[in-house]
Write a protein that binds this ligand. Structure first.
Ligand SMILES: *Cc1c(COP(=O)(O)O)cnc(C)c1O
Length: 238
């Protein structure tokens, strides 16, 4: 029984796996230190199911409506759901009902909303602090794109003291136009100082299809891979 989409995903996965293994080898790290998250946004639940069948256990989504639907469709599978997109506080209830790890916590108000909804749902939600690594991004804090490095300690304390939440680490996207190696080195430094106060917050979510090797070289524990696994996304119209 050959399903052409399954073959396509298997080939994408083999290619990504080879790149991750090579990056780990080059960095002197063990492959087991790095979790591969398949970013399935814009692709159907059937792809999630095929990827799960190929051994991928972690799925990433950036829009609540789409993520909630896929998590429900695939509730029979033992998957870990990662919410990786900008998150409005009015979506906290929905996201807290299915997400295991929210990568985009960047302000106290969002942490408070997630805490309230996690408690209501009787769940524990893992949180990563999204860090703005670029000067352009840092200029529009609050609007989008993460907390400034100097805002991380206070936000970490809010998350760590919030019921229903567990502070797990940091996340970043390499700023466009900058060498990802330099950007991810700064994220590593932010992570190191966070771990002085919160030793268990050891997750570093960094690296996408184009810069996974630089992320692994700079200590990434979680890679968020879309295009290289599933193919190019057709532009999404809101
Ligand atoms: C879409 C997305 C990814 C995956 O990007 P690819 O370049 O397709 O691998 C990773 N992280 C975030 C935050 C995303 O929105």
């Amino acid at each position: 029984m050959s399903d052409p989409r399954r073959e396509e995903l298997a080939a994408g996965l083999a290619e990504v796996e080879a790149r991750v293994e090579a990056a780990c080898r080059a960095a002197g790290r063990s492959r087991s230190e790095v979790t591969l998250i398949a970013v399935t946004k814009t692709y159907p639940s059937s792809d999630v199911r095929l990827l799960a069948g190929l051994g991928v256990a972690d799925m990433g989504e950036n829009r609540d409506q789409e993520a909630a639907a896929k998590a429900a469709d695939c509730a029979d599978l033992d998957l870990t759901w990662h919410f990786i997109g900008q998150l409005q506080t009015n979506k906290a209830r929905s996201v807290a009902s299915y997400a295991h790890l929210v990568h985009s916590v960047d302000r106290p108000r969002l942490a408070e909303a997630l805490s309230r909804e996690a408690v209501r749902a009787g769940r524990e939600v893992g949180c990563l602090i999204q860090v703005a690594l670029g000067p352009a991004e840092a200029g529009e804090i609050g609007a989008r794109g993460g907390a400034r490095p100097d805002e991380v300690p206070a936000l970490a304390d809010v998350i760590a003291s919030s019921p229903g939440l567990r502070l797990r680490g940091v996340m970043a996207v390499a700023p466009r136009g900058e060498d990802p190696d330099a950007a991810f080195a700064r994220l590593w430094a932010v992570s190191q100082s966070l771990r002085k106060e919160h030793p268990a917050a050891e997750v570093i979510s960094a690296g996408m299809s184009g810069d996974l090797a630089q992320a692994v070289a700079n200590g990434a524990t979680h890679l968020r891979i879309g295009t290289a696994l599933l193919g190019r996304r057709t532009p999404f119209v809101r």
